[in-house]
Structures are given as C-alpha cells and as structure tokens.
Write a protein that binds this ligand. Structure first.
Ligand SMILES: [Zn+2]
Length: 207
C-alpha cells in the first residue's frame, strides 16, 4: 500500500476528539516501512525488476507476519511500561500490525510468515492490477478521512497524494531503468513519501 493510505490509517486509530496524540500513531503505521527503507540501504532486503514490473520480492525482516507481531509487542512494552500509557501502547501496536495486514492485501505474494520461512508467502496481488489498485487505495483513504470526520483540506491531501501515486502504479518498463540501476532511488522515494505524507496528514488533521 502507498504511503498516503498507510498514513491515513492513523486517522482510524486517532478518530476526532480522541486524546491520543497523532504523531506516534503516524509513526506506528509506517514503522515497518521505515525498517524496509533502512534494510534496503544496508542491502539486507532488496527488490527486483523483471517482466517490466517492479517486485519487492525480498523483504522478510521488515514485512513478515512474525516481525510485525514482534515489532508490535516491543512497541507495546516500551509505551506501556516505559511511558505508562496503555491506551497509546495498544493503539500503536495495532498501527504496526495494520501495515502488514494492508500490505498483504496489496502486495504480490511476497510476505512471509516469518523471516526464517521461505514459505508460505502471502499477498492478494492487487498491485498487479493498476486500476483496481488505485480504486481500492483511493476509497480506503477516503474511508479513513470519512471515519475521522476530517476537514475538506484533509480530504484534498488524501485525494491529491493518491493521484500522485498514479504514475508509479502505471510505471512502464522503460521508467523502471533508473530504479533498477540505482537501488538507492526507490527506498529514498519511499522515505520521502513517508515524510511528506506524515507532514500533510498531521498538519491538516490537527487544525
Ligand atoms: Zn509496506
């Protein structure tokens, strides 16, 4: 799932009027992706380009079901016992897990049960059908906004960033050349998307 709609998931956790701070919730829903970015920089995880398509094939450390559960459990422990905030600890843990669940819906079959198991791999492969991918993500993002009862400006943020994702969703074989030859480009683009969607969702959800 693209950054804007992972970020929008924080709105489901926050809801309007809730006492939970939005910033840690925004971090929770993208914690797994931040790990992916750095694991790609270190070369521990990698993607490939074949058949004119981008495949995120090797991401067992950041994006396995077990790593999601472990990351959620560690986060819960730190916030619950370290910061004595059980409500935030539960919401943060759910946010971490939401990332794996949403990516299983969107990704190709590349999400493993644990980093140590080559199989089974899960993924409904919505990403392979650009129109479906756009539709599902677009309406999911708007659902998060509607549930949160956000402002019109916040709706505009979600709509605009979803439209910005269209070129990536429909990226053809030729445009993938630079991504293939310079492996730092993709994680850097994703990191930039994470940061900018955090900023805009935070800015327009907390006004
Ligand atoms: Zn992800």
């Amino acid at each position: 799932m693209y950054a804007i709609n992972h970020a929008a998931t924080a709105l489901l956790l926050k809801k309007k009027g809730s006492t939970l701070p939005l910033l840690p919730l925004l971090i929770s829903v993208q914690l797994v992706e931040i790990l992916w970015v750095f694991f790609n920089y270190f070369g521990w995880e990698y993607f490939s380009v074949s058949g004119g398509k981008l495949h995120l094939d090797y991401l067992p450390y950041s994006h396995s079901v077990l790593s999601g559960i472990v990351a959620a459990a560690i986060s819960f422990s730190i916030i619950n016992w370290g910061y004595k905030n059980k409500k935030l600890a539960i919401a943060f843990a759910i946010g971490v897990l939401s990332h794996i669940v949403l990516d299983i819906i969107c990704h190709e079959k590349d999400i493993r049960l644990s980093p140590f198991s080559a199989t089974p791999v899960w993924g409904f492969g919505i990403i392979d059908h650009p129109f479906l991918n756009f539709g599902v993500e677009f309406f999911y993002g708007i659902f998060c906004w509607w549930y949160f009862k956000g402002s019109k400006a916040l709706l505009a943020v979600i709509v605009i960033f979803n439209i910005f994702d269209l070129p990536l969703m429909f990226a053809g074989a030729s445009s993938l050349g630079p991504i293939m030859h310079y492996p730092f480009i993709l994680p850097s683009v994703i990191l930039f998307q994470i940061l900018i969607t955090w900023y805009f969702i935070y800015r327009y959800a907390t006004r």
